[in-house]
Design a protein around this ligand. Sequence first.
Ligand code: IMP
Ligand code: MG
Length: 189
Amino acid sequence: MATSSAQIPSEFSNPNLEVLLSEEQIQTRIKELGAEITHDYAGRNPLLIGVLKGACFFMSDLLRAIDTRLGIEFMAISSYGSSTRTSGEVRILKDLDVPVEGRDLIVIEDIVDTGLTLSYLLANLKSRGAASVKLVALLDKYERREREVEIDYLGFKIPDHFVVGYGLDFAERYRNLPFIAVLKNPDLG
Ligand code: IMP
Ligand code: MG
């Protein structure tokens, strides 16, 4: 019996998703950010630090749009708070493998929400004697900010909705979407 493609459950056209930023919009903006960073860091050998896991997707596209010598590193961080406490408690789960004294650091994050994670991380990196620390964020959910965070290179400002895709997850699901979507009903997963 022939199976039509309509019977195969598609994650990309899941009816619980409403596209907020298309693949094309994201990739176009990344090219622009890459050009800006190329210009600003020409000849400086910056170290790009990706925050696992969400930022990997954005980072891998962005760094291929930056035409200057650079290095990459990863950190993993867990943050507690936002809903239950106002003071963010942040823990480093995976630290950098190299010293960053004197280096120009560019932290790459998928989304800045309350700002608790990033305000901790940026202060932590500055305290290690980096020459400079800048932040690239794909998304800014500015309405929910609790800590001021300066985003040096921003992809998009977005309204206060829970979004998934292009690295962003809901309980580890949806990271593989090539676009960013609002999760309409989180109870449905
Ligand atoms: P912050 O410390 O509140 O700024 O938290 C930032 C982290 O929360 C991000 O790195 C994401 O992992 C997560 N996060 C915040 N908003 C969303 C969202 O809308 N979708 C998926 N993850 C989110
Ligand atoms: Mg995250």
